[in-house]
Design a protein around this ligand. Structure first.
Ligand code: PLP
Length: 572
């Protein structure tokens, strides 16, 4: 039984300078058979290192861009050895038609390696033909291939050897992430490079203090890491001073409060119900317990921040600090206006850009840096780095902020996370990061439009950033946020319930749903997929034949997830 060109799907091809003589014959074969080809070079006889070319093809297959690959070097074996380092690659050297046929029939090979020393242009056509038009036999060979993968994993993976329970939970979580449409607005998929840094030996190092002023020996290398992270953060955001040590966004906010406030001081912040964060003075958070909290909110019609109301409270109460920034606010924030209000009324201003930092870095949301005294952020949301926090401030506050982080809030910094932050800042400096953020915005708008077209009521009527907030009370008054979240979870669509302005339910159930586009955009989904996702959410929440709908939506989610794989090759 053979494979048709359509079943074969896309093929990636690469060769080194020794393989170039077979290039015309290969191109002619793919053309003659109507096969979709990704040509990964090389195109000249200048000497190159073949492992890089094997890597290009292997990564295409690992990421789902291609189903098959062809690699050519002098012997074929170098390419095969390099390609077989990658998980899911089964590269086989085939010097004859029989070898090609059996590598497919028994070994389910997905990469054919050819050697220009032994094979001429005339001889490779029948070999290519056998390779591409022979199907895998399955049966007993499945067991053997599974065993091969398993042994390979064990050889590579210490976590599986030492702690199979945690390994299998990690693998299950990876699978969950792979099989779900992730719409949690504060989540994203960090790059393989970021994940590698978080899993590095830097986790072993204690380094209390700051570069050049540590309380431990042996810090000369981690000093360099932290300095690089700082330099890149400053380059990215253009601030005067940065502290890259906060373990989280909450600790970053705590450190700013600790630097400039005393217990009992007045702070003016946005309440949770209008989109603020717990650390913005919620009674159950340290910020609500320690400080005297006043709240501004959103306009009851437009649901945009009520800057006039903020100004009135600031003039009346003369708070020491105004905090602006949000967890569930879909509109652009006028940081300059807030800075004017604060400074005009004797207050310092903290902008918490945790959610929108990626958009700010890409120049797609006005930056609070420069006009606000302190800017905090997480590094794991739109910024797409490791879980962590960061603080920017003017030079005059640098030593107060640094002292408030260490020793004020934390002991040893997490050097592996600081390294991953450095990687994240480097990635965010690249031009493709701006393209990604542009797509995040387009996708959020497309998702908002699809949801609104289906009849959902959106708080503030739409979005200027990466998130959308639905108020279920208008269209589905019987359904609370928790129920909706659980129903969508069953359809493999993840999002979170949220409180909405003028909330009438408990925060545990909530009347809102918060959705975001950062994670699905990292998977390369676009506006068309957002339209489909809006449709599926509507179907799940309004279904009359619940079981049938759930089955149909789960199938469509599965298809989408298969078409848009996670950006990982080797991460367990
Ligand atoms: N600030 C805002 C606006 C947030 O949305 C969040 C988290 O969701 C935080 C701070 C806190 O971040 P972390 O969860 O890292 O403590």
């Amino acid at each position: 039984m053979g494979e048709s060109p359509a079943a074969i799907g896309a093929v990636s091809m690469a060769m080194d300078h020794r393989g170039i003589c077979l290039r015309p014959a290969l191109l002619a074969f793919f053309r003659a058979n109507g096969m979709r080809l990704f040509d990964r070079g090389t195109e000249t006889e200048d000497p190159v290192d073949y492992p890089f070319y094997a890597q290009r093809v292997a990564e295409d297959i690992c990421c789902g861009i291609s189903n098959f690959g062809v690699l050519v070097c002098g012997t074929g074996t170098g390419m095969a050895m390099a390609a077989n380092r990658f998980r899911t690659i089964r590269a086989a050297v085939a010097l004859s038609e029989e070898m090609a046929e059996l590598s497919r029939r028994h070994g389910n090979a997905n990469v054919l390696c050819l050697g220009s020393l032994w094979q001429s242009a005339e001889k490779i056509w029948p070999i290519l033909h056998k390779f591409f038009f022979t199907a895998f036999e399955g049966g007993r060979h499945c067991r053997r291939l599974e065993l091969m993968d398993k042994l390979g994993d064990v050889a590579m993976n210490w976590l599986e050897r030492v702690d199979p329970e945690i390994f299998s939970l990690t693998a299950l979580e990876r699978k969950r992430q792979e099989d779900h449409i992730e719409l949690i607005a504060s989540e994203n998929f960090a790059s393989q490079a970021v994940i590698d840094a978080t899993g590095s030996v830097l986790t072993n190092k204690y380094a209390e203090g700051y570069p050049g002023r540590r309380y431990y020996g042996g810090c000369e290398i981690v000093d360099k890491v932290e300095r690089i992270a700082r330099e890149r953060a400053l380059q990215l955001f253009g601030a005067e001073h940065v502290n890259v040590q906060p373990h989280s966004g909450s600790q970053a906010n705590g450190a700013v409060y600790g630097a400039v406030l005393k217990p009992g001081d007045k702070i003016l912040t946005m309440a949770l119900g209008d989109g603020g964060h717990l650390t913005h003075g919620h009674p159950k958070n340290f910020s609500g317990a320690l400080y005297s909290v006043y709240h501004y909110g959103t306009d009851s019609e437009s649901r945009r921040i009520d800057y006039d109301g903020m100004e009135k409270i600031a003039a009346r109460e003369r708070p020491k600090l105004i905090t602006v920034g949000a967890s569930a606010y879909a509109r652009a924030i006028d940081f300059e206006r807030v800075a004017e209000i604060g400074h005009g009324n004797g207050a310092l201003v903290l902008a918490d850009m945790a959610h929108i930092a990626g958009l700010v870095a890409a120049g797609l949301h006005p930056s609070p840096i420069g006009c606000c005294d302190f800017v905090t952020s997480t590094t794991h949301k739109t910024l797409r780095g490791p879980r962590g926090g960061v603080i920017f401030c003017k030079k005059k506050f640098a030593s107060a902020i640094d002292a408030s982080v260490f020793p004020g809030q934390q002991g040893g910094p997490l050097m592996h996370i600081i390294a991953a932050k450095a990687v994240c800042f480097l990635e965010a400096i690249q031009p493709q990061f701006r393209s990604y953020q542009l797509q995040v915005l387009k996708n959020a708008k497309a998702l908002a439009k699809s949801l609104a077209d289906h009849g959902f009521h959106l708080v503030s009527g739409g979005t200027d950033n990466h998130l959308v907030l639905i108020d279920l009370r208008k269209n589905l008054p019987q359904m609370d946020g928790l129920t909706a979240q659980m129903l969508l979870d069953r359809a493999n669509i993840s999002l979170n319930r949220n409180v909405v302005p003028d909330e009438t339910r408990s925060p545990f159930s909530g009347s809102g749903l918060r959705l975001g586009s950062p994670a699905v955009t990292t998977r390369s989904m676009g506006e068309r997929e957002m339209e489909q996702i809006g449709q599926m959410i509507w179907e799940v929440l309004t279904a009359e034949e619940a079981a049938d709908t759930m089955e149909s939506v789960r199938g469509r989610v599965r298809d989408l997830c298969r078409r848009f794989p996670l950006p990982y090759a080797n991460t367990p």
